[in-house]
Structures are given as structure tokens and as C-alpha cells.
Design a protein. Sequence first.
Length: 265
Amino acid sequence: MHPLSVTLIQSNLHWENKEANLKQFAEKIQQKTASGQLVILPEMFSTGFSMNPAQLAETMEGPTVQWMKEMAAKQKIILTGSVIITEEEKFFNRLLWVLPNGVVAYYNKRHLFAFAGEDQFYASGNKRFIASVNGWKINLQICYDLRFPVWARQQITDTPEYDLLVYVANWPERRNHAWKTLLTARAIENQCYVIGVNRVGEDANGINHSGDSMIVDPLGQVLYHSAQEEAITTHVLNPDHLQDCRTRFPFWKDADTFSIYQQDL
């Protein structure tokens, strides 16, 4: 494993305005990122957390995916964030993992936020996605997934399954205590780094978002936290610190074995 440079972009979003959102993120990425970084955008970064997929959804060949591929190639970065995708007559809240060579992988949000009606418009995913970069294994998840620890839990064999857990979100300010607490809990229980990237500002439904984007180390120590304002930060994650935590406190070796089974009906 080599040190991993990650950039978190905490931003307000233009409601259901793809052109404006892509423009603002292009400017921020071009001004604040460097080659080799993993750049993380919020959930539904091109639209806001909208229940209007019939008008906003794109295919995997659509303009937002093409924009991500172009930005990743031009800046020589890995770019990730979730967008609204349509496929096989279904809509997905899909996190895209875009490499500078044009390769695109993805994760479909497993836990849909029924409280806001997300389950009425979107199809649920049933597979986790763990990416690899610079020797790191990175588990990628979306917002409401954070409340369900089994879905994130390390699958232990000879070594931990992953090293970094990432959540992209549109998490409301009124429940930000849960957001901050659960990000820390996921780091402690899985003995890994955790990153949460949330938006700021008020959406068209009058819901305010405080950001509270965070980086948490494997011991639960908060390395970075930003609230209320737009912010961009770059942090280098130290693999030696991760391995030292796991060696000195090998709690992961005592974890329960289990399997996740999802039946397609």
C-alpha cells in the first residue's frame, strides 16, 4: 500500500440543474485537484436528491457520465459520486467510479430512503462494490446505507476485506448528529478509514444540509470535519497508521463470520 491522496468536495447544489452543477464542479476540480488524487463528490451531485428520475435520469452513455470520464482523463484523477441512471426500464441512485483511462465501475444504492419516498422511484442494488487503487481496497456506499452496519461490515478471511469506507450523501442537517456518530462508529468497528462527503445548502424541498463532511481514522479519531460552508480539502491517508492500528489492536481477528444473501424476487 502507498499513501492515498483524497480530495473531498463539499458543495451546495443547483436543484435539478445539471449544467450548472457540472460547471461548478468542473471549476472546483480544475482549480483544487492534482494528478493521482481520488476526488469525491456528494450524492446525486448533478441534480440534488430528486424524486424526479423520469425527467432527470441518464443512461451510462449520457452527458454526466461522459463529463466524469472527461474530467478524470483531463485531470488524471479517479472521480466518484452518485448520479441518477436509467437501465432496463429502472432508475438507480448509482455511485460511479471513473478512472482516468476511461474505465467506469459502479455501485447501486442498496438502502433506499423510504422516509422520503426514494423506494417508490428507484430500484435497490444488491451487490457491494469494493474498488482497488494504490494497494488500497475501498468500499463505496451511499448516504442511507450508513445506518445499516451489516452492509458495511468487514468480511474477514485472513485479512480485513477493505481499508477505506466511503459514503457520499445528501444528509439533512436535522439528523447530522446521527451522521457524525455513525461515520465514527463505522471506522471503529471495521478498523478502517472512513470518509463521508455531504452537500451543504437548502434544497427545493426546504431541507437544509450542513455538510459535516468528515475523515475518520481507524481508531475513530476525526482527522477532518467541515460544516455549513462549501469546502474542498485534500488529505493523504497513511497506510502505516492503518496497519499499525490493526497490528496493535487486532480486534478484527475476533469478528463473527457471516454472509450477506440477497434473493432476487
